[in-house]
Design a protein around this ligand. Structure first.
Ligand code: FAD
Length: 468
């Protein structure tokens, strides 16, 4: 048919993994087709993930900081929230970025084909655009189909008061009382936004701490701060039933002692994780194996079991993060273009853009304990950082984890404002094989939060002992 095309490299999905792979392959001289079911490029991250959430978190930060300046002699009136305008601004940030991607694709002659792609053979994808079918035949393929929010069978997901992260970012209204089901990064970021806008937030989490992937000491300052702002944080508690009633959503909780309670909320945000889209693309027709959860296994060059078909991003496994997808996208595109490359990153940083931010990279203390890795640590409390105190904040911690034998830095946990930016230095230090002396002898600008990395290394070495 008229819409049938051939690609040297076809990329299925235009999220951060997919667009990066498509652009890189095109820059390396390949004829590239990029298939995307949605009208906008950019995937979850740009449209309903990283970017809109950060725009709203910025608004939240302005509100909470202005509230807190009251203690330092500057008071403002209660903010007047124009929800339509705030939503419009958030949408304009997204539009600027997704529109930019369209231009970048054009500039590289990457052909964008709109529609839902499924494999029909080892070198063929059929694209369905609202019933209009076309085909893309290919020499090589990069699967970048991403992930979607997990739903729970006992929750009425068809009730408009039950939302996922996409619904939360739509910002339809500011509910009076909201339950956030799942105390992971995405749930806590959305909680930060709605709390600032005036919602009474309750968090419920099955594990014994929020953000279960990070060390408890690093999460504690966040926990303490939101405990005083939110209505409740329920740990070691599961939701066993949700009943949609006229007066609200009646939620049944059960804690670890078997005690059952109920409460009624205006909104329920379900943020219990994401599941990969691997099972939806008929990968079997191309001979690509998909496991029972929907993940596609790959080797160190991002190749699936079929040597000419690669997979990257959320669809290949944890951590489901944009910067991991981007890195894998570059690896896959370069290998597809005949370059020598493999995935050799030592570490992938994780960040919760809450207030305070929580960031960690490499080996955590929990992991060291569980795996019997002998480590040393240097921990610097931000109460002794002039820059932190001058921000009106003292709860932060910078903790570095060192290999016991070599003193090389192998991990870090940072909590405090801008922890997400600070963790990048430690990621580089780990990649470079830096030891405590390297970090301790590097001159950091004063007064900055970045000094806390330098001080934590000196704490480990024992060159700083008396803090205050
Ligand atoms: P995706 O971004 O999921 O993109 C996949 C694309 O493929 C989509 O556009 C989809 O429409 C398309 N597609 C799928 N199947 C088909 C098909 N068969 N045919 C055609 N098109 C198809 N990560 C961070 O690193 N930092 C953050 O701050 C952050 N914040 C987040 C906040 C929220 C609320 C959410 C939900 C996620 C956040 N993430 C964040 C995670 C991040 O969005 C993902 O890790 C990232 O988007 C994964 O990229 P990807 O390329 O693998 O796939």
């Amino acid at each position: 048919g008229a819409g049938d095309v051939h690609a040297e490299v076809v990329v299925l999905g235009s999220g951060p993994g997919g667009y990066t792979a498509a652009f890189r392959a095109a820059d390396l001289g390949k004829k590239v087709v990029l298939i995307e079911k949605d009208n906008n490029l950019g995937g979850v991250c740009l449209n309903v993930g990283c970017i809109p959430s950060k725009a709203l978190l910025h608004a939240a930060k302005v509100i909470t900081e202005s509230e807190e300046m009251g203690d330092h002699g500057i008071t403002f009136d209660t903010p007047n929230v124009d929800l339509d305008k705030l939503r419009g601004w958030k949408d304009s940030v997204v539009k600027q970025l997704t529109g930019g991607l369209g231009g970048l694709a054009k500039g590289r002659k990457v052909q964008v084909v709109t529609g839902f792609g499924t494999f029909t053979g080892p070198n063929m994808i059929e694209v369905n655009d609202n019933g209009k079918r076309s085909t893309v035949s290919f020499d090589q393929c990069i699967i970048a189909a991403g992930s979607e929010p997990v739903t729970l069978p006992f929750i009425p997901h068809d009730d408009e008061r039950v939302i996922d992260s996409t619904g939360a970012l739509e910002l339809k209204d500011i509910p009076k009382r909201m339950l956030v089901l799942g105390g992971g990064i995405i749930g806590l970021e959305m909680a930060t936004v709605y709390d600032a806008l005036g919602t009474d937030v309750t968090i419920v989490e099955l594990m014994d701490q929020i953000i279960p992937g990070a060390d408890k000491d690093i999460v504690k300052p966040l926990h303490n701060r939101i405990k005083s702002r939110y209505e409740d944080i329920k740990l070691k508690t599961k939701v066993t039933a949700v009943e949609a009633r006229e007066d609200g959503l009646k939620v049944t909780f059960e804690d670890d002692k078997g005690e059952v309670t109920t409460d009624v909320f205006d909104k329920l945000l379900v943020s219990v994780g994401r599941r990969p889209n691997g099972a939806k693309i008929n990968a079997g027709a191309a001979g690509v194996a998909v496991d029972e959860r929907g993940f596609i296994a790959v080797d160190g060059q991002q190749r699936t079991g079929q040597a000419h078909i690669f997979a990257i991003g959320d669809v290949v496994g944890q951590p489901m993060l944009a910067h991991k997808a981007v890195h894998e996208g570059k690896v896959a595109a370069e290998v597809a273009a005949g370059h020598k490359r493999h995935f050799d990153a030592r570490v992938i940083p994780s960040v919760a853009y809450t207030d305070p931010e929580v960031a960690w990279v490499g080996v955590t203390e929990n992991q060291a304990k569980a795996e019997g890795i002998k480590v040393g640590k240097g921990s610097f409390p931000w109460a002794a950082s002039g820059r932190s105190l001058s921000l009106g904040r003292s709860e932060g911690i910078t903790k570095l984890i060192f290999d016991h034998e070599t003193d090389r830095v192998i991990g870090a946990g940072i909590v405090g404002p801008n922890a997400g930016d600070l963790i990048a230095e430690v990621a580089l230090a780990i990649e470079m094989g830096s030891d405590a002396t390297d970090l301790g002898h590097t001159i950091h600008p004063h007064p900055t939060l970045s000094e806390t990395v330098n001080f934590a290394a000196e704490m480990f070495e024992g060159t700083i002992t008396d803090l205050m």
